[in-house]
Design a protein around this ligand. Structure first.
Ligand code: AMP
Ligand code: MG
Length: 359
């Protein structure tokens, strides 16, 4: 009798242990929580990661409600991906693209706002930043199975379908792409917009501290829990991922890098990457191999880092110097780093084979 009870108890124990194991594995956000050693004993840390917006998004929240905040942040990011993605079938962007030249489409408020933002950057950069870059992105197919070096003729034809002025903003959050076969691609700004969106939620909830990493886009909310500043690395464009060329210190900032190492293919010794100059129809070739923008505003940092990559050193400094809170680090093929003067004291270079030029 006792023996049977013993076996029964073992069986129950096994069921409980395997239950815990599977619940742990099926946690959809892949998140973990732990108490944070700090002055405030209530503060806990929660970390989570998810593949969103074509990149591995990693989020770290320090707050007394860190777990709920983390869940909400990941939900918000997933919502934005659902409306901004050009591959998700019923996303706002896909609906606009499918109805190009046919009819206006009613979109979510966030999509309308983001498209208005893109208009602003297109104007600042004289059309170098162009959210209707879609047809050229598809033609090159960089990072997809269809990547190819297109013919000159095809490139010339496709450029004709890229023109941000043909996005019509109508009442009631309606967007109309004026011509057939045009398409919108928000790859150059969506992550920055998403980071700002999340940061504004963290402010609203008065969250203690947070770190958001979306590939080349890093944003921090406030300072670290111990009161020190965050250190954000700038990826080395030549060496493997994880190696940095510099670290930027700060709180409440966003550091966004565009580089030719993100997505590319090589043909006859030439590297064709994913940042396309809408004037030529070819991947940008102004001597820059990585362009970083540091700003409080992540949409600015994202849109401008892509634009500066195309514009080259001179024009980029001209634009950045006219704007408040836009500082840059441009790395060129000839191992030079052109750095905004304002970053002196805030940036530390960790490699010694770069010539550093403050301006
Ligand atoms: P990022 O990684 O932020 O520099 O953005 C690069 C992505 O933006 C590309 O993969 C394209 O989806 C898109 N893109 C490429 N060229 C342009 C351009 N000239 N203007 C706007 N978006 C672009
Ligand atoms: Mg960008």
């Amino acid at each position: 009798m006792n023996y049977k009870r013993f076996l029964f108890a073992i069986l129950i124990l096994l069921i409980i242990i395997s239950g815990i194991y599977f619940i742990g594995r099926e946690n959809p956000n892949n998140s973990v929580s732990s108490p944070e050693p700090s002055n405030n004993s209530e503060v806990t840390k929660s970390e989570g990661s998810e593949f969103l917006m074509d990149t591995l998004v990693r989020v770290r929240i320090h707050d007394e409600n860190s777990e709920q905040v983390l869940d909400e942040v990941l939900n918000k990011l997933s919502y934005l991906e659902d409306i901004f993605s050009k591959t998700i079938e019923d996303s706002d962007i896909n609906k606009i693209n499918l109805n190009a030249g046919v009819k206006p489409v009613k979109v979510n408020e966030e999509t309308y706002k983001l498209l208005e933002e893109t208009n602003k950057f297109a104007k600042i950069t004289d059309g170098v930043f162009d959210p209707t870059i879609g047809p050229l992105v598809s033609l090159w197919g960089i990072g997809t199975e269809e990547e190819q070096l297109p013919s000159e003729k095809k490139i010339k034809e496709t450029i004709e379908r890229v023109e941000y002025k043909k996005i019509e903003f109508q009442e009631n959050n309606k967007i109309f792409l004026a011509e057939k076969d045009m398409s919108i691609d928000l790859g150059a700004i969506a992550k920055g917009y998403a980071a700002d969106y999340v940061i504004s939620y963290l402010n609203e909830k008065d969250v203690d501290s947070a770190f958001i990493n979306m590939g080349g886009n890093v944003s921090v909310h406030r300072d670290k829990v111990d009161g020190s500043l965050w250190n954000i690395g700038i990826q080395d464009p030549v060496r493997n991922r994880g190696n940095i060329i510099a670290a930027v210190e700060g709180e409440d900032i966003s550091v966004v890098t565009s580089g030719n190492y993100e997505r590319f293919f090589i043909e006859d010794g030439v590297r064709y990457h994913h940042i396309i100059n809408p004037e030529t129809g070819y991947p940008a070739r102004k001597g820059i191999i990585s362009s970083t923008v540091i700003s409080n505003n992540s949409s600015y940092a994202d849109a401008l880092s892509t634009s500066f990559y195309i514009l080259g050193v001179e024009k980029s400094f001209e634009i950045a110097q006219e704007m408040e809170d836009v500082n840059i680090v441009l790395l060129t093929k000839d191992d030079k780093a052109y750095v905004s003067e304002e970053l002196k004291g805030q940036i530390t270079f960790t490699v010694d084979d770069l010539e550093i030029i403050y301006r």
